[in-house]
Ligand binder design. Structure first.
Ligand SMILES: C[S@@+](CC[C@H](N)C(=O)[O-])C[C@H]1O[C@@H](n2cnc3c(N)ncnc32)[C@H](O)[C@@H]1O
Length: 245
């Protein structure tokens, strides 16, 4: 993959809501805006399923509404790189297979796919984390989502014919008061707070009896993350790259 030439053509997924809210993480964190900044000579197609709210794209970027599981037919063999990240709570199990098939189809021969997903198995390190993991696993099963997508992606890539599949574990220490620890805790607790309504509506899966109990569980989890278990609580992501033969 040559990231710096005029001819590179990249397809990315992005978060329209976060772009709209102007979250500082979008500007300074590992979000797609950084891609545009550092790879300014490449051309980008950024897609999201929801309505777009981006003011004016830079000249090398197109923002489009598309479903990653059913990309335009004419995109076959178009892209040098397909990057997809953080769809763990968005795709159902059969949609993962379709998304990976679509990534393979729209890549040029020799092009690369890159997937970045939150692994959730680390949640089970502490007793409070284990309770939240039980809630999330039940929630995922009820919606036929893939709570272990980070672990499953490498095999799914091989199954559709990708080669050179490599994965890397990225760990962020959440204990203490470093900027990384604070952002990591806020992002994971915030993501679970956004699931509150859906989890309570589904009855809390016999683990949390009300919205108040769910809030209390997350408050307790925040404290467990901050102090850690034996001084550590590592948030983990899996980054996977693979090449189309
Ligand atoms: C948690 S955000 C992740 C965004 C971005 N990829 C990132 O890493 O920050 C999930 C985004 O994926 C979009 N999304 C969900 N399902 C999708 C699908 N089937 N196709 C394309 N985008 C989708 C949602 O609209 C939302 O903006």
């Amino acid at each position: 993959m040559d990231a710096g030439t005029d001819r590179s053509h990249y397809l990315l997924t992005y978060d329209a809501e976060e772009v709209k809210s102007g979250s500082p993480a979008r500007h300074e964190g590992p979000g797609q805006r950084n891609w545009y900044r550092y790879l300014g000579t490449a051309s980008f197609c950024s897609i999201s399923r929801s309505q777009l709210h981006w003011p004016t794209p830079p000249p090398n970027v197109e923002f489009l509404v598309h479903n990653i599981t059913a990309l335009p037919k004419e995109w076959s063999g178009t892209f040098d790189l397909v990057h997809q990240s953080l769809l763990i709570a968005a795709l159902r199990t059969e949609e993962w297979t379709r998304a990976i098939n679509e990534a393979h189809r729209v890549l040029k021969s020799g092009g690369w796919a890159q997937f970045m997903e939150l692994s959730l198995l680390w949640l089970q390190r502490g007793p409070v984390g284990r309770r939240l993991w039980d809630v999330f696993r039940a929630f995922s099963e009820a919606r036929t989502m893939l709570s272990t997508c980070a672990e499953d992606i490498p095999q799914m890539l091989k199954d559709v014919g990708f080669c050179n599949v490599r994965n890397e574990l990225v760990q962020i220490e959440m204990v203490g008061s470093t900027p990384d620890a604070i952002v990591a805790r806020q992002s994971i607790i915030g993501a679970y707070r956004r699931l509150k309504k859906a989890i309570v509506q589904e009855g809390g899966f016999g683990i949390v009896g009300s919205g108040e109990e769910y809030d209390a569980l997350l408050d307790e989890l925040d404290r467990e993350f901050e102090t850690g278990v034996n001084g550590s609580y590592l948030m983990e992501f899996v980054a996977v790259v693979a090449q189309k033969a």
